[in-house]
Design a protein around this ligand. Structure first.
Ligand code: CP
Length: 312
């Protein structure tokens, strides 16, 4: 692997999952690999899990880690040829090249605006770093994708799978704020690469990008979709068609223990209790959200390991 900006950077998913599970057993085995190598993590948005798990992953490999909350420095400019007479103080052209001199790998978190669909879909922040940086880029959640989360989710499903071809359902949930589609997008893409029976359930009108969902069955009746599920991945996303809008907060879509049945409950976290999912689910034995969060470290570690192995 030369970079990890999207799950399409994974060539052999089965083998990557196997290697991640092995790495989890001996997390310090490759501690020499990252010696004298530096990961710079750039945060345009806040993070708890991604920040800590990616830093831990890098340290497990012996890397040095530096983090920058970019917006606490100053606003970067991303437009080409612009007259920088307003709020932006440095162009990404210089910033990315400068940071590349301090880093062997750059990881970027940059959420969508959820107001300008065309700009968000262009992934201009992530792609600008890919274009101007001279070192590999890792996506720590961009406008449209969260590939580190999706890899951790795939590993978690592999670890907990008890049937040959488990049924996995991605179920939309209500949320008071407008959230990105990134986690749902990457999870949907990842499930299409796994040997699972994958379905999506959400209210009518909440369709994700059809270029991502392709021919995955979409079932508007949540109860019907959840029947006989082995894994239920709950996630809110704001409306993709009426872009970034919260058009539905129907509490009937919240996940309950009754609806979950015998399935394992998954969520990327953070999660709003009794809005997205009721306490009984999160506090019950079928929730595997802590195992998912734990796997964030090893998903990041296998990605960093493979990129380090491919550095010139
Ligand atoms: N799941 C996830 O990406 O969590 P953070 O936003 O806390 O990083």
């Amino acid at each position: 692997m030369k970079k990890y900006t999207d799950i399409s950077d994974i060539t052999d998913l089965d083998s990557l999952i196997r290697e991640t599970i092995l790495l989890k057993m001996t997390p310090f085995e490759y501690h020499g690999l990252g010696k004298h190598k530096t990961l710079v993590m750039l945060f345009f948005n806040a993070s708890l899990r991604t920040r800590l798990s990616t830093e831990k992953a890098a340290r497990n490999l012996g890397m040095e880690v530096m983090s920058l909350n970019v917006n606490e420095a100053w606003q970067l400019e991303f437009e080409d040829g612009t007259v920088m007479d307003a709020n932006t103080s440095e162009h990404v052209k210089e910033a990315a090249q400068v940071i590349s001199q301090y880093a062997d790998i750059i990881a970027v978190r940059a959420f969508p605006s959820l107001t300008n669909k065309v700009k968000d879909q262009s992934e201009y922040i992530l792609k600008s770093f890919e274009k101007y940086a001279t070192v590999p880029i890792v996506n720590m959640e961009s406008a449209t994708a969260h590939p580190l989360q999706a890899l951790a989710d795939a590993v978690t499903i592999s670890e907990f799978t008890e049937t040959k071809r488990p049924k996995v359902v991605l179920s939309w949930a209500p949320h008071p704020k407008a959230l990105p589609q990134a986690v749902a997008n990457s999870f949907a893409s990842m499930m299409q690469r796994m040997d699972v029976d994958f379905q999506i359930t959400h209210p009518e009108g909440y369709e994700l990008d059809s270029n991502i969902t392709k021919d995955v069955p979409i079932i508007y009746n949540q109860e019907e979709a959840l029947a006989e599920a082995d894994f239920v991945y709950v996630k809110n996303w704001s409306n993709f068609n009426d872009y970034g809008k919260v058009l539905n907060t129907d509490p009937n879509w919240m996940m309950t223990a009754e609806k979950l049945g015998k399935a394992k409950f998954m969520h990327c976290l953070p999660v709003r209790r009794n809005m997205v999912v009721e306490d009984a689910v999160l506090d019950g034995g079928q929730s595997i959200v802590m195992q998912q969060a734990n796997n964030r470290t090893f998903a990041a570690q296998i990605v960093l390991k493979q990129i380090l192995e491919n550095l010139n």
